[in-house]
Design a binder for this molecule. Sequence first.
Ligand code: S3P
Length: 261
Amino acid sequence: MDRLEEIREKISQCDDRIIEELIIRMNCMKDLIEYKKQTGMQFIQPEQDKEQENVLKNKVKDQEFEDEILHIFKYIMKNSRKVQTKSLLDYNIFLIGFMGAGKSTVADGLEEMLEMERIEMDTLIAEKQGMSIPQIFEEYGEAFFRDLESNLLIELQKKSQAIVSCGGGIVMRPENAEHMKKHGRVVLLSASPKTIFERVKDSKERPILNDNMNVAFIEELMEKRREKYLATADIIVETDGKNVVEICEEIISRLVVLDRN
Ligand code: S3P
């Protein structure tokens, strides 16, 4: 064997060992999830993640390839989370709720924690139409927008493990509600009319509230939609007074409990 072949052979053997060890590591992740499921332990533990990161940093400190190794570990962690999610929540998660309930923010949080694909329905609709949501409402009216929304939901049927942040009015059509229930779990985020007002008062992106940006109107519209939201939801999560991490953790643990029963 010449020198080049020898080096290549050595690299290939390293790859074999890395693959073997990665398989062992991923299986450990599955065991960990099973253990957490059985003991009812919290699934996402940010302090533990931080601790693990520090231990790792110390292990490679002052090594020639410190930065490169840490970079690789970032991907290992990312993919570990994917393995966790697969055995934990192997379905689509539809986030519903009134405008300003926090669907997009919570979708961001869940995307990071679960390493799931994230879909923002309004953004996709606007991109497809080449127009903003207010422009669509102004030029074609609400019924046309609702058609786009329903059609997109049908298109999303092919997704199997995505976080879908829906527009606030998605529940207004019964077929949408049916569709979401059939293709995943539906999480309703709720907040008080006052909180909603505080969150949306400066927004120019909500045509429904254009000339009615006040707590009374929000309360009235919420009341009109309440039953539909409740009937569609698998779980309801109150967002008032909680931060994003708390809300995401609550969603994950309550979905797991729901799946168990
Ligand atoms: C709507 C909510 C909006 C958007 C559209 C209509 C509604 O989404 O879909 O303006 O009827 O509640 P957000 O809930 O993300 O603001």
